[in-house]
Design a binder for this molecule. Structure first.
Ligand SMILES: NC(=O)c1ccc[n+]([C@@H]2O[C@H](COP(=O)([O-])OP(=O)(O)OC[C@H]3O[C@@H](n4cnc5c(N)ncnc54)[C@H](OP(=O)(O)O)[C@@H]3O)[C@@H](O)[C@H]2O)c1
Length: 261
């Protein structure tokens, strides 16, 4: 689809949940370049305000921002007044909470945070934003998922399970909604060079991609397929571990990559 067709095909506004930096900011920039007005969501007000100003200058589109914590149970209610006067044509649910470590020693708070941000967040946002898209017969949804959600991933068990949830949710909605003019894609990314990734791991992984490439390949898959794995190396890894390796071997390899004996 040509960049200029996004507004016609999907609607005027894109809501990006988790937009203050990295991949979320890359989605925002690329949707702004395609002429969509932007509502940017994240916790850090100052980072959002700075990005909003830069994107207004670079793209000329209208950009609003709203600071909210997606871990809060009332996040969708907080969003409601901000979207009351706009036509939301696209939801990109990019934000995620992640916690590494052994499941048995993980704090209850960290587990609940992952469920809230990664599972309840997309469900409640979709529940709020899909009905008007459905009524208009146009719209789009991007759910950020991960290769970690394609098999058991020791060391990030709960995070990986939330990502599997997003992949299956996206694939299911891809089929349910396509007859109603709504394109859905689940993006199963490998390592992405985001500030968050570099803060957590401190070094780069093989095949790591810049956020701009992940955003571009994800948007290119909208309307074409239910799931996308950005990056050739990641696609090879996904094919090999999903089709050629036994489930046991695939899980053991994941354990090795996160140093879990
Ligand atoms: N990075 C990787 O290697 C990688 C690999 C596979 C999949 N993914 C997936 O790609 C997506 C983005 O990855 P990332 O986190 O590395 O990059 P990111 O897009 O650079 O950062 C995450 C964004 O979400 C916001 N956010 C986080 N928690 C939030 C909360 N509770 N409420 C509101 N906003 C929140 C952050 O802003 P504030 O801090 O300002 O709130 C930030 O803008 C995630 O869904 C992740 O699971 C990433």
């Amino acid at each position: 689809m040509a960049a200029s067709d996004y507004v016609t095909r999907y609607g005027k506004w894109a809501v990006i949940a988790g937009a203050s930096e990295g991949l979320g900011a890359a989605f925002a920039a690329q949707l702004g370049e395609r002429g969509m007005d932007l509502l940017l969501l994240a916790r850090r007000e100052a980072a959002l305000a700075e990005l909003a100003q830069r994107l207004r200058r670079q793209t000329g589109v209208e950009v609003r921002h709203l600071a909210l914590d997606l871990a809060h149970p009332a996040a969708a209610e907080t969003l409601a007044p901000a979207v009351a006067d706009i036509e939301v044509g696209m939801l990109v649910y990019n934000a995620a909470a992640s916690q590494m470590g052994r499941f048995v020693t993980m704090e209850q708070d960290a587990l609940e945070r992952m469920v809230q941000v990664n599972v309840r967040g997309p469900l409640t946002f979709l529940h709020a934003l899909l009905p008007p898209m459905h009524a208009r017969g146009r719209g789009a949804v991007v759910l950020m998922s991960s290769l970690a959600g394609m098999q058991g991933s020791p060391g990030i068990a709960a995070y990986a399970a939330t990502k599997a949830f997003n992949t299956i949710l996206g694939e299911s909605l891809w089929h349910e909604l396509r007859a109603h003019g709504i394109d859905v894609v689940a993006s199963c990314a490998g390592a992405i060079r985001t500030p968050g990734y570099l803060r957590t791991y401190g070094k780069e992984a093989p095949g790591i991609l810049p956020p701009e490439a992940v955003a571009r390949q994800t948007l290119a898959a909208l309307g074409k397929r239910p799931r996308v794995v950005p990056g050739l190396l990641n696609r090879v890894v996904a094919q090999v571990s999903g089709r050629l390796l036994s489930r046991k071997t695939a899980i053991n390899l994941m354990a090795g990559s996160s140093n879990m004996p």
